[in-house]
Design a protein around this ligand. Structure first.
Ligand SMILES: Nc1nc2c(ncn2[C@@H]2O[C@H](COP(=O)(O)OP(=O)(O)OP(=O)(O)O)[C@@H](O)[C@H]2O)c(=O)[nH]1
Ligand SMILES: [Mg+2]
Length: 172
């Protein structure tokens, strides 16, 4: 798909999901074979599919309405992001955006907990990250990135009720 259309890996995936959306009847016919089953739909990890592109959101809506399937989103977050305050804030924003975009019952899970300190020691115990407690504690551990000019401190202030994001640890 990527070569003839001159698309990279991300663009290729977005193209495929939009193609699936256009050909929804094919997907619906396959799902009908699995009445009374539990289905696990493993979606690709490209974040733009869950934050601002509408193809997956539209697919979810049509699956629920036209195939009588009730869906729940499970969002796996690599746990080693907890070792970097800026990345943890970014992960919280991604989880929150995805929850709002998909409009589904939603469970966030910290995955690969065996690798949690792969990129450094945690500043707090695991409960701080799973409960998404007061992000102000991260402020002194974050220096604004002079390269991108992103002011992480301002972003933290935009997250007034971070605990709504709650992450479950896969080790629990
Ligand atoms: N150590 C460890 N490795 C894991 C764990 N879960 C997955 N992996 C490995 O991490 C690598 C990437 O896997 P995933 O993070 O599931 O990503 P993916 O499904 O390949 O890709 P996307 O879902 O599209 O992002 C693979 O080599 C997995 O074997 C885990 O709990 N611990
Ligand atoms: Mg995957």
């Amino acid at each position: 798909m990527n070569e003839p259309l001159h698309l990279g890996p991300n663009g290729g995936l977005v193209y495929c999901i939009e193609h699936l959306e256009t050909n929804f009847e094919w997907l619906a016919s396959k799902l009908k074979d699995f009445n009374d089953h539990y289905l696990i739909i493993d979606c690709p990890g490209q974040v733009e599919l869950f934050t601002h592109n509408n193809a997956i959101k539209n697919l979810i809506s049509r699956i629920e309405k036209e195939c009588s399937v009730r869906l729940c989103a499970v969002h796996l977050v690599d746990s080693h992001y907890c070792a970097d305050a800026s990345k943890f804030v970014a992960v919280c924003l991604t989880s929150l955006t995805t929850m709002l975009q998909l409009e589904l019952p939603h469970v966030n899970i910290l995955s690969k907990v065996d690798l949690i300190e792969k990129y450094g020691k945690l500043d707090f115990n695991i409960d701080y990250y799973t409960e998404v407690l007061d992000l102000d504690y991260l402020l002194e551990r974050i220096s604004d990135d002079p390269f991108t000019g992103i002011n992480i401190k301002s972003i933290i202030n935009l997250l007034p009720y971070p605990a709504v994001i709650k992450l479950f640890s896969s080790a629990l």
